[in-house]
Design a protein around this ligand. Structure first.
Ligand code: SF4
Length: 321
């Protein structure tokens, strides 16, 4: 891949993610993700609600990118992920949308540098799969300015393993979702039948790089490692069991798992009727028991009531507060 002004030139014929659109994103926002070659920033804010080792006591600087290369029918960040896509017009999302525009690398680095100067230790890139080259340009710009924060790659894992190989020396902590392992479920819920194939390869590459160990600083925040997230979806308990079983059998039972119960139906949620409710306690208990049964020994389990607290509003300056 070749740089041009910090952006890889192959965005003119984009095959960055498994969609392989061959879209010319330099010319205009295009492809499945409807994204251009700029940096579509939805929010740069302090987030205190990630896993304890990620947020620490003060919080993490999260850069939320607008747009996405998946189309999850239950998207929890629908206000920003459908940016630019036809659905955002169809479902009337524009009424609630925050102000989103393309920022320059310098603008993003300026904003992050200001927050780093204020004492924050880590920067999370949230939903970076469709803008990986732009994220890399921001990381390099921070390095050029002498900033070396902990970089967290907070991703849906619908990426190519080669992208993850490219990130080895730039990213410190991988924080991927592992959503599904059954192709038909991935098609029904995210319009990506090949998600399991790519997510498995991507997360395996992350594991090859980072292994089971989390490197923690004295204050207990993570400096380097891998944490696999799994959001339990109402009505899809068997799928959750299969994902956990896949991780146990093909990755490791020693890897850090973050089991999440925070699912809630948004005004945008479509699809199966079970998606219109939160999780039943017994559903979550079943998955917790399966985790223990399989022998997982590291990680975090969200409280069942978490969906009350996790309702971001990206039209606010601080979406999570
Ligand atoms: S990043 Fe966007 S344009 Fe490129 S292949 Fe993926 S969905 Fe298509």
């Amino acid at each position: 891949m070749v740089y041009r002004h910090g952006i890889y030139t192959d965005l003119a014929d984009c095959t960055l993610c498994p969609r392989n659109c061959h879209a010319n994103r330099i010319e205009k926002p295009s492809g499945y993700c409807h994204t251009g070659a700029g940096i579509p920033v939805a929010s740069i804010c302090i987030h205190r609600g990630e896993e304890p080792v990620i947020s620490g006591k003060k919080g993490i600087i999260n850069l939320f990118f607008a747009g996405c290369n998946l189309r999850c029918v239950f998207c929890q960040n629908y206000e920003i992920s459908f940016y630019g896509k036809p659905e955002s017009l169809k479902y009337g999302l524009y009424g609630k949308q925050p102000e989103i525009r393309d920022w320059s690398v310098r603008e993003v680095a300026d904003t992050i540098a200001e927050q780093l100067d204020a004492g924050y230790h880590a920067v999370g890139f949230v939903s970076p799969s469709h803008v990986a080259p732009q994220a890399v340009a921001v990381i390099r710009e921070l390095h050029n300015r002498g900033y070396h924060p902990v970089i967290v790659w907070n991703t849906n894992a619908y990426e190519k393993a080669e992208t993850i190989r490219m990130l080895d020396s730039l990213v410190d902590v991988y924080l991927p979702d592992f959503k599904y392992i059954t192709p038909s479920v991935a098609r029904e819920l995210s319009d990506a039948e090949d998600y399991p194939l790519y997510a498995a390869a991507t997360i395996s590459e992350m594991y090859r790089q980072r292994g089971n160990r989390l490197h923690l600083s004295e204050d207990g925040t993570v400096q380097r490692g891998l944490i696999i997230r799994h959001l339990v979806i109402p009505g899809f308990i068997e799928e959750s069991k299969k994902v956990l079983r896949f991780i146990a059998e093909n990755i490791s039972t020693g890897v850090y798992i973050s089991l999440m119960s925070q699912y809630y139906p948004t005004p945008f949620t479509r699809g199966p009727v079970s998606l219109q409710r939160t999780l039943y306690e017994e559903e979550y208990e079943t998955i917790k028991e399966e985790m223990y049964r399989l022998g997982f020994r590291n990680g975090w389990i969200q409280d069942i009531g978490s969906h009350f607290h996790y309702r971001p509003d990206f039209s606010r300056e601080h979406p999570f507060e």
